[in-house]
Design a protein around this ligand. Sequence first.
Ligand SMILES: Cc1cc2nc3c(=O)[nH]c(=O)nc-3n(C[C@H](O)[C@H](O)[C@H](O)COP(=O)(O)OP(=O)(O)OC[C@H]3O[C@@H](n4cnc5c(N)ncnc54)[C@H](O)[C@@H]3O)c2cc1C
Length: 558
Amino acid sequence: MAETGEAPRAVILTVDDDPGVSRAVARDLRRRYGGDHRVVRAETAASALDALREMKLRGDLVAVILADYRMPQMNGIEFLEQAMDVYPGARRVLLTAYADTGAAIDAINVVDLDHYLLKPWDPPEEKLYPVVDDLLETWLASDHRPVPETKVVGHRWSAHSSEVREFLARNQVPYRWYASDEPEGRRLLAAAGEDGLRLPLVVTPDGECLVEPDGTQLAARVGLATDPSSEFYDLIVIGGGPAGLGAAVYGASEGLRTVLVERTATGGQAGQSSRIENYLGFPDGVSGAQLTERARRQAARFGAEMLTAREVTGLEVNGASRTVRFSDGSAISAHTVILATGVSYRQLDAPGVAGLTGRGVYYGSALTEAAGCAGNDVYIVGGANSAGQAAVYLARGARSVTVLVRADSLARSMSHYLVQQIAEVPSIGVRTATEVVEAHGTDHLERITLRDTATGRTEQVDAQWLFVFIGAAPLTDWLEGVVVRDGRGFVVAGPDLSPGGHPPASWPLDRAPYHLETSVPGVFVAGDARSESAKRVASAVGEGAMAVMLVHRYLERL
Ligand SMILES: Cc1cc2nc3c(=O)[nH]c(=O)nc-3n(C[C@H](O)[C@H](O)[C@H](O)COP(=O)(O)OP(=O)(O)OC[C@H]3O[C@@H](n4cnc5c(N)ncnc54)[C@H](O)[C@@H]3O)c2cc1C
């Protein structure tokens, strides 16, 4: 198979088993259409179908297919029938000898043929170009936008498909979603040689197929760095939320060799906020994704290295060096470490919920799932600001949004401005003194059981969407025995380590721990992971910056 032309333009494909004829058709097509189109030629139906499947996966456009009728193994009609499964929108032309016109006429019905051309087509100006011009015009009039970005084919109610979409969205990787049971989803699966039993299928912009990928595979293939470039740094920042990004920006801009390690996507909790209205300098609010994406670019511009989809599972102290171990056993070391691991959503502990997570029950993925909720009834569990923001955001598309809170009013736990916003949206309802006690459904969420906390009365309601925002806890078990943590797992730092005026017995230095320093010298904590922290974006960013200042002080006295 040979190709001509370089730009990613719509393809005109021609297949003929006679090499001389094949070259002649391609030459004539190229002469007239080579400027605006890519002319691809094949000499067997099988290689033409392979080329079409590859183009499908890469997201290329195919405008016109010209196939010879008499080909061995597969005739032109059979070929066009299969080509239609891949590119139903491409216009179809059969090249025939005079003796085969009967077959060509039959093909008009079988493969919805647009035209048949008698060989030879000389002069092309009279016999070939007017036909192709006409077909290109028809093709252009229909909607065939290229899909150069990553494509995800999955099942609407599949936890793994939902995780992959969330991962791509939070890492700002543009993607297009196809349900596995819609025609284009089926075509992509067929082009990848998949039967749809293993989902999701992710097709990268250059046509590579990943079946049921994990975060690390996905990150590496969509252009996110996963491997460190060095074994030793001045500063390792663990966690890519506002605190970690703040630390990376200040660390790298002040000349420290800085690496930031993030287990899912930079942005942290803030990246999941639809609208942050109380961050300094943004009077009209800013989406968390926008704010943190800017911070990520800023950190990268200053030279901070950023590793995505890498989870830290261990911290070791080896003399003056601090070693951070990853879940795959590999490690990197540095003079200093900033723990900025924040908090993770608390799970709703009710029968049925765990099995339906990602299948109608979601933790914090309101932004990714919003499109799917359009026109549906949505339930939100939780009474804090994160639940309020999600309610306002989802109400833009959902038929109704019901906020379920255990307390007798929202005012106890939600900021006043959000309570007011909720009151102004007619499609948002609030059910106080209510808790979810069970989730029901086979493949996906179908119903939830609600309990009135005052009367104890239970009731089942139909529900396909349940978003849970019931607080968060730090995931710091991997720090057990390394740094001092409080009873809830938050990392204790600075003066809080010395409640009676004395640091813990394990503290090895004459000086007291610096303000954000943990019980291990040179290891600092910033943001929500810190015991008694403010749990705000601004304070997390501020602590990230301050921790870097203390890193400098530590390094000066090393
Ligand atoms: C929906 C929502 C809306 C909010 N709205 C507001 C608001 O309007 N205003 C406001 O001020 N605050 C708001 N907050 C709170 C604010 O987002 C947090 O206080 C802030 O994000 C804390 O930043 P952080 O960097 O400390 O932690 P996080 O944002 O939690 O980030 C921690 C990061 O560390 C990563 N991580 C954790 N463990 C590991 C590990 N072992 N290895 C590698 N990486 C790890 C996590 O994946 C995460 O990305 C909101 C929170 C939520 C959930």
